[in-house]
Design a protein around this ligand. Structure first.
Ligand code: TXA
Ligand code: MG
Length: 324
């Protein structure tokens, strides 16, 4: 048990079935006691998330994976040893203690040890698994600061722990360990290259299959329309964009061309810095109500691939906003 009064309060809230938002190195999470069905139900309500979309379970120590899983392949421990605490989520067969409400009715569970000191302090003080999706409403831009969480969820969350801006800035990489071959279900903080170096084999990437529930084509979306372009597409399309007469905002690596935009945020060129700034920049531009946010993609290597994935989902046609 902790002597820190804020952590004590957070633990009290979790034990009583309440919700505590907390920082992680990827994005802020909306945490609930993972083994308490009614607490988990509240997460879905507050997020307005459809029931079939499973949550990630966070634990404070790698060894805790054993109690949540069964038939664990040895690869799970290899990956845990190399990447935990850190932005990697492992999908494994679930044990009997994991409620089906957490896993969206599936026989598998997603688990990670987050790399943020405050997240770890909370997990250690609580002493059990915490289910936490990103602390935003379903389908919208993920939060990378405590302020993002309070402006998105406000009074619907019992406590928000402020741990500063998220270091990585995009969600964890999710890998499925329940098949013959390791398969990435969501690109994120750990690159495919990093995974391949550890497992010494080619890793499959399947971002849109039914095994990646919750990975919808339209996701991570601000209110404005988003247009995703490469640097060369920007150069070719600049004239047409200027001529369109639309109120444009531009989110681009430092030094990009002008397109007659009303507003512009420059993000670092190197993919790590770009990822760290991405969601905050999208939110800031969106708050100034442009018609279109033109996003110039970084080079698609390392975490740049995850950025490309998020921006394309933000740009995808949206069936219906703010629903389900
Ligand atoms: O970085 C992160 O992973 C953040 C922080 C808070 O840890 N969490 C996060 O959670 O991004 P969320 O709920 O926004 O995304 C969870 C995703 C689901 O949409 C789904 O794609 C995948 O995790 N997932 C969870 N359980 C799964 C399972 N059993 N099988 C396959 N995918 C699963
Ligand atoms: Mg999310």
């Amino acid at each position: 048990m902790t002597t820190d009064p804020v952590l004590q309060r957070a633990v009290g809230i979790l034990r009583a079935g309440g919700l505590v938002a907390f920082p992680t190195e990827t994005v802020y999470g909306l945490g609930a006691d993972a083994l308490n069905r009614s607490a988990v139900r509240r997460v879905f309500e507050v997020k307005r998330r459809p029931e079939g979309h499973p949550l990630i379970i966070h634990v404070g120590r790698s060894q805790e994976l054993a109690a949540l899983a069964r038939d664990l392949p040895s690869q799970a421990w290899e990956l845990a040893r190399r990447f935990w605490p850190g932005p990697l989520t492992l999908v494994v067969r679930k044990s009997g203690i994991v409620p089906l409400s957490v896993t969206g009715g599936r026989d598998t569970v997603a688990v990670r040890v987050p790399g943020h000191p405050l997240a770890l302090a909370l997990l250690h003080a609580f002493g059990g698994p915490i289910a936490a999706p990103s602390a935003n409403r379903f389908g919208q831009v993920s939060p990378t600061t405590a302020l993002h969480v309070s402006s998105d969820l406000g009074g619907d969350v019992d406590l928000i722990l402020d741990g500063g801006g998220s270091e990585i800035g995009v969600e964890s990489t999710i890998v499925d360990l329940t098949r013959d071959r390791l398969c990435v279900l969501r690109l994120g903080g750990i690159s495919v290259e990093d995974l391949e170096a550890v497992v010494q084999a080619q890793v499959a990437v399947e971002l849109h299959g039914s095994s990646a529930p919750g990975q919808l084509p339209s996701h991570y979306a601000p209110r404005a329309k988003v247009l995703a372009v490469t640097a060369s597409e920007l150069a070719q399309g600049a004239e047409a964009l200027r001529a369109s007469g639309a109120r444009l905002a531009l989110l681009a690596p430092a030094g990009s061309d002008q397109i007659g935009e009303h507003d512009r945020i420059e993000v670092p060129k190197e993919p790590e810095g770009y990822a760290r700034s991405l969601y905050a920049a999208l939110r800031t531009l969106d708050s100034r109500s442009p018609e279109v946010i033109v996003v110039v993609l970084p080079e698609e290597r390392g975490i740049g691939r995850a950025i490309g994935d998020r921006v394309r989902r933000a740009a995808a046609p949206r069936p219906k906003r703010n629903e389900g």
